[in-house]
Design a protein around this ligand. Sequence first.
Ligand code: SAM
Length: 292
Amino acid sequence: MGNPYITPGRVRAALNTLNLRPSRDLGQNFLIDAQVLQQIVAAAALTPEDVVIEVGPGLGALTYELVQHAGKVYAIELDRRLAARLRDEFRAAANLEVVQADVLRVDPATLVGAAPYKVVANLPYQITSAALRHFLEAVPAPQLMVVMVQREVAERIVAQPPDMSVLAHAVQFYAEPSIVARVPAEAFLPAPKVDSAVLRLVRRPQPPVAVDDVDAFFRTIKAGFLQARKKLANALPGGLAGLGLRVDKEAVVHALVAAGVDPNRRAETLTLQEWARVHAALGPLLAGARAS
Ligand code: SAM
């Protein structure tokens, strides 16, 4: 039998039964495209050994597939009515645990312990960046994430120089991203205003650059992007000042040259490796700025 949760009629009927008007604040856009659903499941390459965390199971279209293909599924749903319905609908699925909570407040380790796991989700758009960060920085972090996000966000995440952003660096530091499918707004009910994409993030065994203080490294990158339209010679001292780190412009230019980065370039054009060199060259300046 096919997935009974994916048709528009079934989604409408479930919403009627629950007397639920989909909440925009909770990103309640339910998937109604069986082909897209299969693309998500295929990209997750599930086996009976897999432990999966699903974010926002909603009415259960994706959950239905996950419980069939994975060994254990934790489905975290914030909406009480949906969580209660899901528990009821899937009471026969012994490998499903429905957790009624805000995903951003759930430490994955409390569910999976130290076991490897995957995150598979049609993410609520309002918390896309926060949810990605939550899992990428978690200990343990998922070995694989297959997530539906806004198309524009997916494209920003897979970007390469000269189109980089803080978000692209933040994701690519931890994972190798690729776009599995571009998904039109009509694949959801109700249809959101923008198109979506299925993003696949494969966890890197280790970051592509060695940095001793990840937070400080990303502070430098953020500083470069605060005034991204300007050349680094101006953008970086300005951005550092914006973050409360006053450093001499000439010293910053000197550090850029020492790092092998032309001070006339813009932040979007730098690779992660170049940022690592810039950050190392700025090191003594930043230490001084913090002390002052
Ligand atoms: N998985 C379903 C599907 O594909 O049809 C629903 C996906 S819908 C885009 C997002 C779901 O996330 C909704 O069910 C919503 O209630 C839930 N949600 C919103 N914010 C959440 C949060 N902070 N934590 C957990 N779930 C959340």
